[in-house]
Write a protein that binds this ligand. Structure first.
Ligand SMILES: Cc1cc2nc3c(=O)[nH]c(=O)nc-3n(C[C@H](O)[C@H](O)[C@H](O)COP(=O)(O)OP(=O)(O)OC[C@H]3O[C@@H](n4cnc5c(N)ncnc54)[C@H](O)[C@@H]3O)c2cc1C
Length: 333
């Protein structure tokens, strides 16, 4: 039996391990932390037994992921939960705009821009499975549905702010698009953020932006359950510093960042690859603050309290300012 070694038990490393184990490989996963999950782990230590996701919390890509679906994670305890609304975007002194799991219901929120919203999003929402098959697939291959890629067309290169100005007449519709776009961790004034905003919004209007019941850790636990069901092994508290200390394997997967890969001994990487990795420029980091609420947030529009995600970024100009500050190392207002 061929053996695969996976270094790093984040969601990607565990998914690779589960897929290989299901294909008959003998897999061994090594994780340096005392727990598995990386930035997708949850903890009950912070707020006295309440579940806190330490990193990832919302899973618009998780629920449609072809890799997760192939593993039938629901048979291993994973359950997705959705709120009444997928997302709310409040505005000062006005009602909020709500993103629902319906293109029509979302468009109806937008008054003068209802038709434009529907027209812009319909080709993506209606063919979301094919778009996902194109986008969440290995990158060095011909897309499965090339005609669907063309549906992004010119909007795909535009920034979310230009796309919003071109297609919408109201600030509310523009901000709704920009709020989704900045999940790419980039200012909505940057190229390609328009396509990301369209896709992220479309995911909400189709599969939703769910959370995992029991916290993101339950995605991790279901992946671990698949790995163990196929006889795979996961070792925690194992900081891998030299690959030569691990058992010999036909495949070694490093689920690490470029700098971490360069620090590893025994990788025998070609000089050119090391050079490319050493030039890798890390993007803006993400961090989160968790609040344990004593009572519901008193939103002036009570519908906001029924949304799973709330974008408190304000107008496109305010979102752009905040993203630009973060990107240049300043704390946004
Ligand atoms: C604050 C925050 C919020 C986020 N929110 C969301 C969200 O809502 N939705 C979403 O989809 N995504 C979200 N993300 C992104 C998501 O968490 C990451 O995309 C995901 O965790 C990446 O998974 P990974 O397996 O590639 O890497 P990681 O999760 O980083 O896992 C890498 C693992 O490798 C281990 N490791 C490193 N070096 C070694 C070594 N030498 N030996 C052994 N093990 C090692 C680490 O301990 C870690 O467990 C968020 C991220 C952060 C930080």
């Amino acid at each position: 039996m061929a053996r695969a070694i996976i270094v790093g038990a984040g969601p990607n490393g565990l998914t690779a391990a589960a897929r290989l184990a299901a294909e008959g490989w003998e897999v061994e996963v090594y994780e340096r932390a005392p727990y598995i999950g990386g930035a997708a782990a949850s903890s009950t230590d912070i707020f006295n037994n309440s579940i806190v996701d330490l990193g990832a919390a919302g899973h618009p890509f998780g629920i449609v992921s072809p890799a997760f679906n192939a593993l039938k994670l629901e048979d291993h305890g994973l359950e997705w939960l959705s709120a009444g609304y997928e997302m709310a975007h409040p505005f000062e002194g006005e009602t909020a705009v709500l993103l629902s799991r319906s293109l029509t219901a979302t468009a109806e929120e937008l008054g003068a821009d209802a038709q434009a919203w529907e027209k812009l999003h319909a080709p993506i929402v209606e063919n979301i499975d094919e778009h996902i098959a194109n986008l969440l697939a290995p990158i060095l291959r011909w897309p499965r549905y090339p005609a669907r890629l063309a549906q992004f067309g010119i909007p795909s290169v535009a920034s979310a702010s230009i796309l919003g100005k071109t297609f919408f007449s109201t600030e509310r519709a523009r901000a709704l698009l920009a709020g989704s776009a900045v999940h790419a961790i980039a200012s909505p004034t940057q190229p390609f953020t328009g396509a990301f905003g369209l896709l992220f919004g479309a995911l909400g209007m189709r599969g939703g932006w769910p959370v995992a019941k029991g916290g993101t850790q339950s995605i991790i636990d279901s992946l671990s359950s698949v790995i163990h069901a196929y006889g795979g092994k996961i070792f925690t508290d194992c900081n891998v510093s030299d690959l030569r200390e691990l058992p010999r394997a036909e495949a070694t997967i490093l689920n690490l960042t470029p700098r971490q890969v360069l620090q590893l001994r025994g990788t025998s990487l070609p000089h050119h690859t090391r050079w490319i990795l050493s030039r890798w420029k890390y993007g803006t980091a993400a961090f989160k603050v968790d609040f344990l609420l004593s009572e519901p947030v008193p939103w002036s529009d009570p519908r906001v309290g029924r949304a799973g995600t709330v974008h408190v970024g304000g107008t496109v100009a305010e979102i752009s300012r905040a993203e630009k500050s973060a990107a240049s190392g300043r704390m946004p207002d």
